[in-house]
Write a protein that binds this ligand. Sequence first.
Ligand code: GSH
Length: 198
Amino acid sequence: MRLYMSAPSPFVRKCRVVAREKGLADRIEEVLADPYANDPALVAANPIVQVPALVDDEGVVWNDSPLICARLDAIGSGPRLIPEGGEAHWRVRRLEVLADSALEMGVKWILENRRPEGERSPSWIQRWKDGLNRSLDALEAWNPPADPLDLGAIATGCTLTWIGFRHPDFGWEEGRPNLVALRDRLEARESFAQTRPS
Ligand SMILES: N[C@@H](CCC(=O)N[C@@H](CS)C(=O)NCC(=O)O)C(=O)O
């Protein structure tokens, strides 16, 4: 399999962590591709021109980190990161959506800042910041467990580290001790240590 990736992408990181946790790292070739430069290999593989994109051994393209992570969870070994049934299944998926949505707001904030001077919208930036703060408060109240590991916690960990990486002055840790503890426990895992954003 081939995973198109960029080193800083938190959505990519979710997939790389899952690949390692599920014993699939040796079966996946990680290929660097810059979506914003319309990397030709990525354009050819993925019509959406986003990373992550997974091309499996049959040449089938899998887009979007939730779908890719679910696929890797299904075909890999070890305990399921998305419980297969019952309320536990939906809890993990809801948590993943909340963590990914927080991340999306952090990404929109970055992209708005990358617009040329004069095209940036302070009101949109404020909206993304407020949304990010509210989502992080919801995650803090949720207080996801790090053990047993699941995809909701992985998504939350990837979001937290990326927010600190891209928005170092935002100070997300302030008043969120549960999330700080979760981040620290997850980052101590080998799968997280091998995939830190750079
Ligand atoms: N919902 C997607 C989001 C992926 C995403 O936003 N990737 C960014 C990099 S972090 C990207 O490729 N952006 C290029 C673009 O949107 O043109 C997922 O979960 O995989």
